[in-house]
Design a protein around this ligand. Structure first.
Ligand code: PA5
Length: 426
């Protein structure tokens, strides 16, 4: 994987970062690297996630799901870090039969459950804590749908959870295949563990290349000029400090659309603390050239655009045409067109002095997505060190979870605060 930060330099972009400032920042990167390496060595909470390429055993996962392997559909019931990793990996592998039930929108849940052939579907219920209201509610509704359809859910359910809690008890009570969420790995950093990999293994994918790809990026050096993840994390941090409060993730591949969602969670939930952190925006190339690009090029100069592009794509020729005005398209390929769109957009931002970073992977496949996710995790951990925030906690998210539980169950401090909301109704 290569990361090109040239278009984020101060002589190209505003806000931009000068080479001299980057060189100075590199001294801090070295100190942060030492901290990260210590955390990895001691398997400290959060830092342990960067050991997953070594500690996740793909064969053990494949073996554990053997009783349900080869299912036509997998329905992942989880939310946040317990859903987005699997969704991102499945999309990158081109598997549209891994579906996710994360939101608790009654219409969506009913529709998904009524459309799926439940006798050909495996439920993968995922919750690190085993207590998340959305996940448990979706599971209870899905289980009822299986029962109504006369399909034995106990034959078709795999649980991924911590060592204890309601989901672990459920798995024990019904003798369900149950995989452990590894210790020390926060939800949004768990894609490369059982959390992200089980659904793919159930669908019969070889999950080893995903971890191989991550391993390709796991050898970190203490300089941003040598480690792509550090280059990205350091530049995003430096640009934020100079006014780029928004980070627009713009992959040029439909198969990386969910990656944008995964990145948004990683960046916002890890770094949005103490009044700091970039706001991640989600976009997709080339679609959003006809939408958000206007804002990125000509709106407030507060946005870093992060391009992600695969160097190799499937080719799809565009047929020759007898329409004169369209002749320029004929004989080229759809792959040439999307690459031209990417190059044009990147140049268009540079021409308007707007900063961007180019992230290039060889191709969108298991190895490529493993490397991309791992590199962005490294970037995020480094940025967290530079900001000086607690990257691996999510107190604001926990507040909302508690308030929800309080509102629908036994009231608590957070739910009492909901009742005190100031109102000005028009
Ligand atoms: O990153 C996180 O910690 C969160 O997004 C969690 O993944 C999310 O809240 C779901 O939590 P759990 O896996 O405990 O159900």
């Amino acid at each position: 994987m290569k990361i090109d930060i040239g278009n984020a330099l101060a002589d190209v972009a505003s806000p931009g970062v000068s080479r001299a400032a980057l060189d100075r920042l590199d001294d801090r990167v070295e100190a942060c690297h030492d901290r990260i390496e210590r955390g990895r060595r001691d398997d400290e909470f959060g830092y342990a996630a960067l050991n997953l390429p070594e500690t996740t055993d793909p064969e053990a996962i494949t073996e554990a799901v053997d009783p349900v392997a080869g299912a036509e559909y997998v329905l992942v019931v989880g939310i946040g870090g317990s859903a987005l990793g699997a969704a991102t990996l499945a999309e990158a592998l081109g598997d549209s039969r891994v579906l996710t039930l994360d939101n608790v929108d009654p219409r969506e849940v009913s529709e998904v459950l009524s459309l799926l052939p439940l006798d050909e579907t495996v439920l993968n219920v995922v919750s690190r804590s085993g207590t998340t209201a959305e996940t448990l509610a979706n599971f209870l509704v899905a289980r009822a749908a299986f029962e109504e359809a006369d399909v034995d859910w106990t034959d078709r359910t795999v649980v991924t959870t911590g060592d204890s809690g309601p989901l672990r008890d459920l798995a024990d009570d019904h003798d369900l295949p149950a995989l452990r969420v590894p210790d020390g790995v926060p939800g949004r950093f768990s894609a490369l563990s059982s959390v992200g990999l089980v659904p793919l293994a159930v669908r019969g994918h070889d999950i080893a290349p995903i971890l191989d790809g991550a391993r390709d990026a796991a050898d970190l050096s203490g300089s941003l000029y040598e480690t792509p993840g550090y280059a990205y994390g350091a530049v995003a941090y430096a640009l934020d400090a100079r006014g780029a409060a928004v980070n627009a993730m713009l992959p040029y591949a439909e198969s990386l659309d969910s990656f944008g969602e995964w990145f948004a969670q990683l960046w916002a939930e890890s770094l949005g603390k103490d009044g700091l952190g970039q706001l991640p925006a989600r976009a997709l190339g080339a679609t959003d050239q006809h939408s958000q690009l206007q804002r990125y090029r000509a709106g407030p100069a507060n946005t870093l655009v992060t391009f992600v592009r695969p160097r190799e794509r499937t080719s799809l020729p565009i047929p020759e045409t007898d329409v004169d005005d369209l002749a320029y398209l004929g004989g080229t390929g759809m792959d040439d067109l999307i690459d031209a769109e990417f190059e044009a957009t990147e140049a268009s931002l540079a021409a308007a002095n707007r900063p961007s970073v180019r992230v290039e992977l060889d191709r969108v496949d298991g190895r490529g997505i493993g490397e991309l996710l791992y590199t962005m995790e490294v970037a995020c951990v480094l940025a967290g060190e530079l900001y000086g925030v607690e990257t691996f906690t999510q107190p604001a998210v926990e507040w909302g979870k508690n308030a929800t539980r309080g509102l629908i169950g036994e009231s608590n401090e957070e739910s009492a605060a909901v009742a005190e909301k100031t109102r000005l109704v028009v």
